[in-house]
Design a protein around this ligand. Sequence first.
Ligand code: GRF
Length: 187
Amino acid sequence: MKSKLAVFASGNGSNFEAIAQACEDGRIDAEVVLCVTDKPGAYVTQRAKKFGVPVLEFRPKDYPSKAAFETMLVDALSDKEVDLICLAGYMRIVGEVLLSAYENRIINIHPALLPAFKGAHAIKDAFEYGVKVYGVTIHYVDSSLDGGKIISQAAVPYEGNDIDELESLIHAQEHILYPSTIQKLLK
Ligand code: GRF
């Protein structure tokens, strides 16, 4: 039987789309069974609808604690029999409830060569630092920020001066590396 993926995103969802498209094309031998967002109405929800993927939207502030909304998420994920959670621009630190329910089954994509440039502004930080080789990292998620064991990385050499061009190059690499890494993990 095909593996079942959940993709968590807070915004644009271009990585969601790359994963969903790869599942549709057979480059990933799995199915995206749920799109989870903590930002109701985020653009990722439109992409999910296009692929016919059910969306779970929630507002963290409607819950008394992170443990409370993660308990709701674990229930939804187990209803869908999710095997692997792929964070793709999910702008929250994962808490103990989700981590212990899905130990070693939560992965994230980060737009830098970790452990350099952790955090939410990795591309801008690396650009301002003046690095010449940028990149993308896929890693397991633990309770630290961008800190879990590295699964795969790809370099993006860039010596130009245009951050928009750089961002496009990094995102293009993300859309290749995330699907291929997921497929390798599922084997
Ligand atoms: C990506 O750059 C990813 O590496 C980071 O957040 C961004 C999400 O982009 N964690 P998108 O929503 O998938 O377009």
